[in-house]
Design a protein around this ligand. Structure first.
Ligand SMILES: [Zn+2]
Length: 219
């Protein structure tokens, strides 16, 4: 089924649209989410740095993260459907191979590889408890991460929108297009969003905070 533009906008930004009058423009002919959605194998994650240190946006950190993800993907494949990097956390949606839902192992390896590369490139860590130290954990990432299994297409769209709007929610960018560290630009190229989705470049009005309820997003 093709989803209409209004369907894609979905319940999540109804509040926003009514508050700001912003239209959600998506070329519906191209927005075929069947290619994106995979029942049972999609997960939303929130992963946070230890003590919420702001370290993820530097060039070195981004390179380390990219390399760590690539390295894990070669041995344990998964696709990144959508992602956003913020200074102290990231949100992403993964698609795992059929019959394989071991995202915990993948995250453990990504965090371990990142920490190793990051510390080798003059990154710093904070002190962790002796028990965590005895498990060879470094003080770079929080031990836990938030996971949510994507239920259906609507749930996927909700979380993809949540990811791409997140820099605006945190007051880091005025519009989704203004944030370089997300998959928004790829989604625009693929025709799922227009470049000016929830854009406020031409408006004086401030976007009300928390208009995207982070109910399932663990922060
Ligand atoms: Zn804008």
């Amino acid at each position: 089924m093709f989803l209409s533009a209004s369907h894609i906008c979905g319940q999540m930004d109804t509040v926003l649209r009514s508050a700001t009058g912003t239209a959600c423009l998506v070329p519906s002919a191209m927005a075929d989410y069947r290619r994106v959605f995979q029942p049972g194998g999609m997960f939303f994650f929130t992963v946070v740095t230890e003590r919420r240190r702001s370290l993820l946006l530097g060039l070195s950190a981004r390179r380390c993260l990219h390399a760590a993800i690539r390295q894990v993907q070669t041995q344990h494949p998964f696709e990144i459907t959508a992602i956003v990097l913020l200074p102290d956390h990231l949100h992403c949606i993964w698609k795992l191979p059929e019959g394989d839902s071991d995202f915990s192992m993948r995250w453990a390896r990504i965090k371990m590889l990142f920490s190793k590369k990051w510390l080798a490139n003059s990154g710093s860590e904070v002190v962790v408890s002796p028990s965590r130290r005895s498990h060879r954990e470094r003080g770079v990432w929080q031990k836990r991460f938030w996971e949510h299994t994507i239920r259906d297409e609507d749930d996927m769209i909700h979380h993809v929108n949540y990811i791409h709007y997140n820099p605006v929610k945190h007051g880091l960018a005025r519009c989704p297009h203004a944030w370089p560290h997300s998959s928004f630009h790829r989604w625009v190229r693929q025709g799922y969003y227009s470049e000016d989705w929830l854009c406020h470049c031409d408006e004086q009005a401030d976007i009300p905070p928390n208009c995207f309820p982070p109910s399932a997003c663990g922060e």
